[in-house]
Design a protein. Structure first.
Length: 288
């Protein structure tokens, strides 16, 4: 399967047809209040390995910003520990119960793409969709990844926007800024605990990431509906941001991987990083 064919979303049926392939790595990233390890051991896609999205450090706290890209040597070791090699196909399995589950999968997807891996997909509908058909197999027991050497990282810097490059985009209007948060955060009526100030980056377009999902689950809406939802975002370079680079990863995924737009970057630090410097401007109120 080519890199172009194995990207974006994969259906449960398509994944079922690939079970047992030597170059397939399935990563279950469920993180639950009752314990991610216990949830995985109670049932998972056969052959999957578990990686706790929070505990394994797919995001890192740097200063007061909790959602930053981790050091590349950490990501190289993490990918290797999960058994990912450069030519493997990777399927990321979220819970599939809410938009935030998908956002976690999108952040993992973006991170793998950033380190240079080009063959990954998110299981459409997550584990919930997998178990919707009782004929699909479910395995139990502990995770047993086939560890590989640390991943040979080749950073794709164009996928990431830093505070400085986001500031340039805001001032020059050479890229559209898309805020993935709800209206109360965007308008400055509430803020993340780690953010120093409430509001949004000047000039940003507000597009709540939750609007991209079917009500009550973690499954994306049809591509035609997503096109309509993001039609307000002009063609050209885009920077997706939120509070901590979590929900913004879902908007990044929709724009880049589903709608096929070029030059879409994720600002991983987002507002918690942006507001640490008092010289960076913050706007409040509804979008113009």
């Amino acid at each position: 399967m080519s890199r172009a064919e194995f990207a974006g979303l994969i259906t449960p049926d398509a994944l079922a047809a690939r079970l047992g392939d030597e170059n397939l790595v399935i990563i279950d990233i469920r993180t639950t209040a009752d314990g991610a390890k216990a949830a995985f051991e109670a049932g998972h896609v056969p052959g999957a390995v578990h990686s706790d999205y929070a505990a394994d450090g797919w995001r890192a706290r740097i200063g007061n910003a909790p959602g930053m890209l981790p050091p590349l040597d950490h990501l190289a070791a993490l990918a290797g520990r999960l058994g990912i090699k450069p030519h493997d196909d990777v399927v990321i399995v979220p819970a599939g119960t809410a938009a935030t589950d998908f956002a976690a999968a999108a952040r993992v997807y973006w991170t793998l793409k950033f380190i240079g891996h080009g063959q990954q997909a998110i299981l459409d509908g997550g584990f919930k969709a997998w178990t919707a058909d009782p004929k699909r197999p479910v395995a139990t027991g502990a995770s047993a990844p086939k560890s590989a050497a640390p991943y040979p990282v080749v950073a794709q810097q164009g996928l990431r926007s830093t505070a400085d490059s986001t500031l340039v985009a805001s001032r020059s209007k050479q890229a559209s800024l898309v805020d993935a948060r709800g209206p109360s955060y965007f308008e400055g009526r509430e803020k993340s605990a780690e953010a120093a100030r409430a509001g949004h980056i000047p000039g940003a377009i507000q597009r709540d990431y939750a609007g991209a999902f079917e009500p009550g689950n973690g499954k994306l809406k049809a591509a035609s509906e997503l096109e309509q939802l993001f039609a307000v975002v002009p063609q050209g370079p885009v920077v997706s941001y939120c509070n901590t680079g979590h929900s913004a990863a879902a908007n990044w995924f929709v724009l880049s991987e589903v709608l096929g737009r070029d030059e879409v970057a994720l600002y991983d630090g987002s507002m918690t990083d942006w507001t640490q410097d008092p010289d960076r401007p913050v706007a409040t109120g509804k979008a113009a």
